[in-house]
Design a protein around this ligand. Structure first.
Ligand SMILES: C[S@@+](CC[C@H](N)C(=O)[O-])C[C@H]1O[C@@H](n2cnc3c(N)ncnc32)[C@H](O)[C@@H]1O
Length: 322
């Protein structure tokens, strides 16, 4: 059973956010959400099968082996909402387990229309599952999904992979608190967290020898050229992944290889770069397994269960709204 309804939403103010990030004094930044246009979403799918990037396979192993256990811990009637669903491939295991006990509505939430379409295509033919997709930012989409629940429904929110790691730690807790505000007691959140691991392993995951992650990162400049008429010379920037031991995160940067000036007409600005200056495009914070239940407590949840992959340090955590 499948009903693919895509609710459109006014796009984020890309020009304004890009101008603010590149024209600020100090470290230049670009919000990581802009990595995911059509090209970026496709490149992310390739990253997810690279031998060096173990996150997606670890998550998949956990979900495939434990879907029945996860579902057995939920209230009887749930409406499923997934934040930043991407291709939705891993979600199949959960939806099939849920659909074996009840008809299920699944609301994937995405800012990338390409990812949302891919997800609807991937999961649109599961018996007893209806899909209502929202092309919106996370919390707007979650509010829209929550508005569809009936009196008997509990919300089951998925935030899989390591996307929570893109938030700074304080921002992650503020975000979880916002999610909690939309939920009722007894609603659940399945939260993926990539765990700390040896430095060579974590760095290779964000700087593969094939250069796919480099292309994914550089595509943000190519996207600004395409959508805002900028004249970034992609050959004059180089992808860089660094581990910040204080904040326990991988940072992706684009390093300017020379002094240069870039015009971005669609954002109404011109930006100067010094040789070796960088643009910070994404962070990926790494967690310790025991941190999650403390974070859950501080944000209005309790950690009901945690599953850790045996091959790649990664945890899925079932948080229940208190
Ligand atoms: C790292 S990918 C993870 C995809 C998938 N959940 C997985 O585990 O493989 C993050 C996804 O979140 C989406 N995304 C990023 N920022 C978003 C936002 N603010 N609102 C909604 N979706 C967002 C991206 O388009 C992308 O598909």
């Amino acid at each position: 059973m499948a009903t693919a309804v895509v609710a459109q939403y006014s796009r984020p103010n890309m020009a304004g956010e890009i101008r603010a990030g590149l024209c600020r004094t100090g470290q230049k930044e670009l919000p990581s959400k802009f990595l995911y246009d059509e090209v970026g979403s496709e490149l992310f799918e390739v990253i997810s099968v690279l031998p060096e990037y173990g996150v997606t396979r670890a998550d998949e192993r956990i979900l495939q082996s434990n879907a029945a256990d996860i579902v057995s811990r939920l209230e009887p009637h749930v409406l499923v909402a997934e934040l930043g669903c991407g291709s939705g491939k891993k979600t199949r295991w959960l939806l099939e387990a849920l659909a074996s006990r009840q008809s299920t509505t699944y609301c994937p939430i995405e800012i990338s229309p390409t990812a949302l379409a891919r997800c609807e295509n991937e999961l649109g033919r599961i018996a007893c599952v209806s899909i209502v997709g929202f092309e919106r930012p996370y919390l707007d989409g979650l509010l829209a999904a929550a508005a569809r629940r009936t009196e008997n429904d509990h919300l089951f929110v998925l935030f899989l992979g390591s996307t929570i790691g893109n938030f700074d730690r304080d921002a992650a807790e503020r975000f979880l608190t916002e999610v909690r505000r939309i939920l009722f007691p007894g609603d659940a959140l399945l939260l993926g967290t990539d765990l700390e691991k040896p430095l060579p392993q974590v760095l290779a995951a964000y700087d593969d020898p094939l250069g796919v992650t480099a292309a994914f990162n550089l595509n943000i400049l190519a996207r600004i050229n395409r959508e805002l008429g900028a004249d970034f010379d992609l050959a004059a920037f180089r992808h860089e992944a660094r581990y910040n031991t204080v904040h326990r995160r991988v940072e992706m940067h684009l390093r300017s290889l020379r002094d240069q000036i870039v015009k971005i007409p669609g954002a109404g600005c011109t930006v100067s770069f010094r040789k070796d200056e960088t643009i910070w495009t994404e962070s990926s914070h790494k967690y310790r397994a025991e941190e999650i239940s403390e974070m859950a407590q501080r944000t209005g949840f309790r950690c009901e269960a945690q599953w850790i992959d045996a091959e790649w340090p990664f945890a899925e955590n079932l948080l229940v709204a208190r």
